[in-house]
Structures are given as C-alpha cells and as structure tokens.
Write a protein that binds this ligand. Structure first.
Ligand code: EPZ
Length: 422
C-alpha cells in the first residue's frame, strides 16, 4: 500500500489564526459516556481524527448507531445491548478502555480486550481495576480479554488514587454515577477534560461535584433517570499548544482560536519564560517572538502542572534556545524517543532516564525522520519548518490519530509543508 509522508521545508513566516478543534481526550470519553443515556446523544465540536473513528466503531460493535454531520456526532444507544468489544478495535487504541465504566453502568458487565501498551509506555490499568473493584466489580481475564461482572450489584465507595490517573478517574466517574449513595474519588485527576466529562454526565442527569479539583463527589442516580443530552466538546488544549509552538519557534504571531486560555496556564508561563509574547482573550491565545529563545527547565506533571502532551513540543523549542535546558518526564516511562529523531536533525539532547539535557544549537538541519508517537510526530513537522532544507516525516499515521487536517492548518499559517504519497 502506498505510504503517505509529510514533507516540510524551511518556512520564513508562519503566522495567522488557526481554528482549534474539539479535545480528542475529552470527545473519546463523551462518546463512551453516551452509553448511560437511552436514545440519541448529540456531541458537537468532535474532531475528525482516527481515534474518534475507532471509538465510534467500538460503540457500533455494541449495537449503537453513530452518525456524523460536519463536526457533530450523534450516538443512538437505543439498541446498544452489547457488552463485548472486539480486540481488533481495542488493540488499535488504548483509550477504548474508557468504555469499561459506562458499560458496567449500563449493562452491569463488560468484556473488553486488554489494551496493549504503546510507544510511550506500558499504559497499565491497575488503578482502573482497583477503583471499579471498590464499587463491587469483579474481574477475571482470559485469552487477552478482561471480563467484568457485578454478581452482587454495585455499591458506593470512597476511593483514593495512588496517582491522579486521567483514565482511572474517568472510568470511576462513569461507573459510579448510577450507583446508589455517595461515592468519592480522592487524588482525582484535574484535567479540563475531566470537567468536560462531568459536565456532560450532569447534563444527562448525574450528580457530580468537584470535578477539576482533587476530590470529586458523586451522588448516585438510577440509570433509568439518565437521559441523552446535547453537549459541545471543549477545545483541544494540546492541539492549541502545538500550533502555538510554531509561533514560538518561527516568530509568529500565531493565534489559536477556540480554546480557553485557562487550560494552558503552565504552558503559557513557560512560553513567556522562554522569551515569547503571550496574549489571550476569553476564547483564544496568541504567541509570538521577537527575541532569541531562552533555555527552560520543565517537569511534566498532572494538571495543572506542565502537560506531558506538550513535552516534545517544548523540547523542540529548547533544542534551538540559547543555553541548556533540563526536561523531566514524570508521567510516562518512555516518552523521549522524539529526542533521538531531533538529534538526527542536529539537536544536542542527552537522555538520562527521566531527564533530558538539551543544549541549544543555532540551527536544525532538515533530515528524514520518523514519528514516534502522536505528539512527537506533530513536533517533528514543526521542527521541519525551522530546519535548513527539507524534512521528510514518516509514520504519519501517529499524527492523524490526534490532529485533524494538521498539514492544511499549518499551510493556512504560511508553512511550506505538504502530504506526499510515495
Ligand atoms: C490520558 O492518558 C491521555 N489520553 C494522554 O494523552 C495523556 O498524556 C494522559 O492522560 C496524561 O495527561 C487520553 O485521554 C485518551 P493516565 P491516560 O491514566 O488516561 C500510569 C495524547 O497524546 N497508569 O493519567 O492513559 C500510566 O501508565 C495521550 O493525547 C498506571 O500505571 O493517562 C502513565 O504512566 C498520550 N496505572 C500514568 O499513569 C493505571 O491504572 C498517567 O496515566 C493508569 C495509569
């Protein structure tokens, strides 16, 4: 089969306004949560990316119908009687484990293929299992499938997460909302996508309080009282941060439209610390630069700490900044592969375990490179816009998982970049 790659050339001026789509890491869970309502749930601002299409297939495999109208997805769960998800779908996207919570809420049982690891880490689900077991779920695994049953029904629980896992918080939320009594999640993840999910669950009839803080309280509502709803996905803060990196690297200014700046406070602080100008409105962020980039130290942490999904993009900025930067990746155990690709372009990055020492260089050189994961791939394209000569980026299916029309949006900012079929 013909392979598609992205070819990027040194681009003098990359600036302008780019529309940000709905958050991939919210929409995926909103689609799963629609299982808790009986009938048609309408979700607006859903990006056309391959992960969303896979999640739509998962819902279809359970008997739901899923249809698109531009960026609006309608999920009709009237006939969604299934409780088994096929391996070939789950193996493609580990986020499909987010179907576990709502399936247990709707069917009282689930049989989901165990998610595999991926390039950035083992992606374990032990915390997911622990919080669901606290609600009364019993698990067994056989032939690569995880079987969840509730032989004695579900009961409320007060859980504390060892680590504020986004996925475990979401699965607990979606399973506990129909459980009689009051459940709490302590040390919960605080990402904006958790708030978006809780808002939609409440629009369906749930009673969730405290989303966005470390302690979430859920007062159970009977499943039959849940109703389908109409909800708009929040903007994708990582897509926004990725395009703003182009403005920071090439001078910009680049404006990301359709994003709440409060979602990116730490990243905006780091743009400013590196010498960029940052301005915001209620629904947009602008980043530009007139002076040389300054070195920076970054620790990726759970929200509101620095987002791991912007680590590669800021490593790129550090690679051409004046001075030495230290980037510590505290969320995933293997999220520095991007560094070796950037070193092929002339960067000077030394990785020691969870730390990367980045010594700024004057210029990057265009080179053939390979996307290692979704965010690293997106950052390689931007690197190619600043590097001398031509950069060919391979394995771009990683990028298509999380960015709708990435090349088109960069072209609209004046970038010299195109998709090429080999
Ligand atoms: C979500 O992954 C996002 N994915 C990730 O975005 C994001 O990087 C991550 O949250 C952190 O913000 C989606 O929402 C689909 P975690 P998730 O549970 O839920 C370990 C992207 O580029 N862990 O907070 O998997 C886990 O291995 C992607 O859009 C356990 O050990 O993140 C990881 O090291 C990449 N056991 C860390 O915790 C568990 O039971 C954070 O995982 C669960 C997680």
């Amino acid at each position: 089969m013909a392979e598609e790659i992205i070819v990027a050339h040194e681009s003098e001026n990359v600036s302008g306004v780019v529309q940000i789509g709905g958050a991939k890491n919210s929409a995926l869970k909103l689609i799963a949560a629609s299982l808790l309502g009986q009938g048609k749930t309408v979700i607006h601002n859903v990006p056309h990316i391959s992960d969303i299409h896979i999640m739509s297939e998962v819902l279809r495999s359970l008997g739901a119908t899923v249809s698109w109208e531009n960026h609006t997805l309608t999920v009709d769960t009237t006939d969604a009687e299934g409780y088994k998800t096929p391996y070939e779908l789950v193996s493609k996207m580990r986020a499909s484990i987010s179907i576990l919570g709502p399936l247990i809420g709707r069917q009282g049982r689930a049989c989901v293929a165990m998610p595999g690891g991926c390039q950035i880490g083992a992606r374990k689900i032990d915390m997911h299992l622990k919080v669901l077991q606290a609600l009364g779920v019993e698990f067994s695994s056989s032939h690569g499938y995880l079987n969840a049953t509730t032989p004695n029904g579900l009961h409320n629980a007060n859980v504390i997460l060892e680590f504020p896992s986004v996925g475990a918080t979401e699965n607990m939320l979606m399973a506990a909302v129909t459980v009689e009594g009051v459940s709490t999640i302590d040390n919960a993840a605080r990402e904006p996508e958790i708030v978006d999910l809780a808002n939609m669950l409440n629009e369906m009839g749930a009673k969730v309080e405290g989303a966005g803080t470390s302690c979430i309280t859920i007062t159970g509502v009977p499943l039959e009282d849940f109703r389908p709803c109409e909800h708009t996905t929040v903007g994708d803060r990582i897509e926004a941060g990725t395009f703003l990196t182009a403005g920071a690297l090439l001078g910009g200014p680049v404006t990301a439209e359709g994003i709440d700046p409060s979602f990116l406070r730490m990243a905006l602080m780091k743009f400013e610390a590196m010498g960029c100008g940052v301005s915001t409105t209620e629904n947009s962020i602008t980043v530009g630069r007139t002076q040389p980039l300054r070195a920076i130290d970054i620790q990726t942490l759970p929200h509101p700490g620095f987002p791991t999904d912007l680590q590669a993009q800021f490593m790129l900025l550090a690679a051409v900044a004046q001075g030495n930067s230290v980037i510590s990746e505290n969320i995933f155990e293997n999220r520095f592969m991007f560094a070796s690709e950037l070193n092929r372009m002339g960067a000077d990055i030394t990785v020691e375990g969870h730390h990367a020492l980045v010594q700024g260089v004057k210029r990057l050189q265009g080179a053939p490179v390979s996307s290692t994961d979704l965010r690293g791939g997106a950052a390689l394209v931007i690197a190619g816009l600043a590097a001398e000569g031509e950069t060919r980026i391979y394995e771009i299916h990683h990028i298509d998982r999380g960015y709708e029309d990435y090349v088109g949006k960069l072209q609209s900012l004046g970038a010299r970049v195109e998709r090429v079929t080999l």
